[in-house]
Write a new protein. Structure first.
Length: 289
């Protein structure tokens, strides 16, 4: 499942949902957590159920729902409303570790079966760094649960937990604790063999800053990014797409190794490429089909 760009949409805004469907995101995350005030959650669930039913057909984006955290007492009601044909995945916020994925999957199992959906169809995307305990349990996502599709990270809730007055330096870069959270999430996703998605870029009126930040994300190993505004989707997709030069070099590296299967190192244009370069070249080609 391609998850280069995932756009958050409040689950109680029909206007924003209609706009989001046409912006080219790989997936939409209809949010029942932070975007919906507590008094409005029941109505949002009912509305969202109808949207999932109406979207159960041909579309070029995957349908995700961010439910309320497992300790909120609302997760079961959220799942009852949204696990139905047309749903592709659940976003789990404030996860403390791999056991929370297993718990969520256990809750999904009977609902999925009752809806006549194939077992395991509903995938899980975890926001893996929003609690203090989570930071000590990132290795617990491996081996990956069959439903686990990706890990992402968040800074705002983590900052609240530790009592930080800010999570950014004056130049806009993350402070050290959040650089650590970002890095550990990336390594945890690689350890589990799932996709790593970088967190939101809050300044949606700064497209140049977004694309520069996304290029850094791609360089570091992230495979995609969350978006908070429809205008961010195109920039994310551009920044994460390999250039024509990247694709051409990847093809040459793969072809060179295919033509010399007994070699572990290949020379091209005065540079040496080994097996890690071959793996990365194959990832690049896979990303463009």
């Amino acid at each position: 499942m391609r998850l280069t760009s995932l756009l958050f949409v409040p689950a109680d805004s029909a206007k924003k949902f209609e706009k989001a469907k046409g912006v080219g995101a790989d997936g939409l995350i209809l949010d029942l957590e932070d975007s919906v005030a507590p008094p409005n959650k029941a109505a949002a669930r009912e509305t969202l159920s109808g949207w999932i039913d109406a979207s159960n057909g041909e579309r070029d984006w995957s349908f995700w729902v961010r439910v309320n955290p497992l300790d909120s007492g609302m997760t079961a009601d959220d799942l009852k409303a949204v696990v139905r044909p047309g749903l592709d995945g659940i976003v789990l916020p404030k996860s403390n570790g791999g056991q929370d994925v297993a718990t969520l999957s256990f809750m999904i199992d009977p609902l999925e079966a009752a809806a006549g959906m194939p077992k395991g169809h509903v995938k899980i995307l975890v926001v893996a760094t929003e609690t203090a305990a989570a930071m000590f349990n990132l290795a617990s996502y491996a081996p990956a649960h069959p439903r686990l599709a990706a890990l992402t990270w968040g800074a705002e809730d983590l900052g609240t937990v530790v009592g930080a007055t800010s999570n950014k330096e004056p130049d806009g870069n993350w402070t050290q604790p959040y650089q650590l959270a970002r890095s550990l999430c990336l390594f945890a996703a690689a350890n589990a063999g799932v996709q790593a998605l970088d967190t939101l870029y809050a300044d949606f009126r700064n497209p140049e800053g977004l694309e520069a930040s996304c290029r850094v994300s791609r360089r570091d190993g992230f495979t995609g990014r969350l978006a908070i505004h429809p205008d961010q989707v195109a920039g994310i997709r551009r920044a994460f797409a390999p250039s024509e030069e990247d694709v051409a070099l990847a093809r040459r590296i793969v072809a060179a190794f295919d033509g010399n299967p007994g070699l572990g190192t290949i020379g091209l244009d005065g540079k040496m490429y080994d097996i890690p370069h071959l793996k990365q070249a194959r990832r690049t080609l896979a990303s463009v089909g």
